[in-house]
Design a protein around this ligand. Structure first.
Ligand SMILES: *Cc1c(COP(=O)(O)O)cnc(C)c1O
Length: 385
């Protein structure tokens, strides 16, 4: 395998396997898990993670956000069902039917068109209904009128309602009042459908936060997202119940070290000026790689297990750090932008906070220019450029 000295994201498949195992332990035995691998598996790589998930019986299938993402999973030859959580445009309906990709349906007209397309192809497409219980995003409102529409959908040829789901807006808060209200609304609605003889086999509403702290919301399946990757959905959820292992590290190497006198500006805009003789190391990574510019003059990296603060602005492809207090630092030495180096650990939570971002956003934004290198049993096993 090629070396990726400039920068790479190391993805620890053992950590991901362990996170799946931990979540499995925390949910009911008969509750299945849907692996949410949208945005290329939150930046970690959707396909390698799906390949791993494919072997677990308790994983029902995969959830993505777009038709393109769903088709990627299908093209990779994965066999478990794929569900699209976001809206699918009509131009993709034929491909959904052909590949049995489950869309979320929340309008009568969509169901009608999907039904027509399925009949045209002489196929049956399983669909999931989206129910809005408080997120105010896509989804049927939980009204009597929606029940009528759903009844009509059950009578359409070529489509079959396989699932019904809702999404929590505030399950990641310590106070679960709001999430519980959503759960009650969801259960009331699905209860009414049951009374009318409409039994939907895959009822799911929990996200990661629900998996961690709302066992009562397990139902037929749960949707695991951020926790797969070893990241907690918020600072408010308890770390105790479920120990997660962060799966991604970001590594680079020093390309140049120079000594600057006192009073010398560093990087665009001269926003940092040395206040002493300073050893400055250049790191060949920038916001073009998804390393946020908002870390300018705020963030730090780890070199030889020590913190090296960022000096001045992060550029598109490079940034500078202070290595004056790390005299052993040399050119081509390893730099940890995220992850562990010796005793120090620079977490995605810390980086997100420093850069004014959300941890989800931080990993999703690690760019295409950053190769992913996959580790198993402490060894690099394959990479993806
Ligand atoms: C993204 C998403 C999830 C996963 O959320 P996490 O907080 O990452 O677990 C689950 N359901 C829906 C509808 C989503 O859009």
């Amino acid at each position: 395998m090629k070396k990726h000295s400039r920068v790479y994201a190391a993805v620890d498949m053992d950590a991901i396997a362990e996170n799946f195992r931990q979540m499995r332990e925390n949910i009911n035995r008969d509750t299945k898990m849907i692996a949410v691998i949208k945005t290329d598996g939150y930046g970690h790589g959707a396909i390698p993670i799906a390949r791993m998930a494919e072997q677990y019986d308790y994983i029902w299938g995969y959830a993505v956000a777009t038709a393109e993402e769903a088709l990627e999973i299908k093209k990779a030859g994965l066999l478990k069902p794929v569900l699209i959580l976001g809206y699918t445009f009509e131009e993709d309906y034929a491909r959904l039917v052909r590949h049995q990709i489950r869309p979320v349906v929340f309008k009568l007209s969509t169901a009608g068109k999907l039904s027509e397309e399925a009949c045209r192809q002489n196929k049956v497409l399983p669909i999931h209904l989206g129910l809005d219980t408080g997120m105010s995003r896509i989804g049927f409102p939980d009204t009597a009128e929606s029940i009528d529409i759903i009844r009509k959908i059950t009578q359409m040829p070529g489509i079959v309602i396989e699932g019904i789901f809702t999404h929590f807006a505030r399950a990641d808060e310590s106070d679960k009042t709001n999430a519980r209200k959503q759960l009650v609304r969801y259960l009331e609605f699905t209860g009414k459908l049951e009374e009318m003889g409409i039994h939907i086999p895959v009822r799911h509403c929990s996200n990661s936060a629900g998996i961690l702290e709302m066992r009562e919301a397990n139902l037929d399946a749960v949707r695991a997202g951020i926790t797969i990757y070893g990241i907690y959905p918020s600072e408010e959820v308890s770390r105790e119940s479920l120990p997660l292992m962060p799966a991604m590290e970001l590594k680079s190497h020093i390309v140049y070290i120079k000594e600057l006198e006192e009073g010398v500006p560093v990087s665009y805009g001269g926003t940092f000026v040395t206040s002493r003789r300073t050893a400055v190391a250049t790191i060949p990574v920038g916001y073009g790689d998804g390393y946020p510019r908002s870390l300018s003059n705020r963030g730090w990296v780890l070199i030889h297990g020590k913190k090296a603060p960022i000096l001045g602005r992060v550029c598109m492809d490079q940034f500078m750090v202070d290595v004056t207090d790390i005299p052993e630092a040399g050119e081509l030495d390893e730099v940890t932008l995220m992850g562990r180096d010796g005793e120090e650990f620079l977490s995605v939570d810390t980086l997100a906070k420093l850069s004014g971002r959300f941890p989800y956003e931080f990993v999703c934004d690690i760019g295409k220019r950053v190769p992913r290198v996959y580790y198993q049993d402490g060894r690099a096993v394959f990479d993806r450029i």
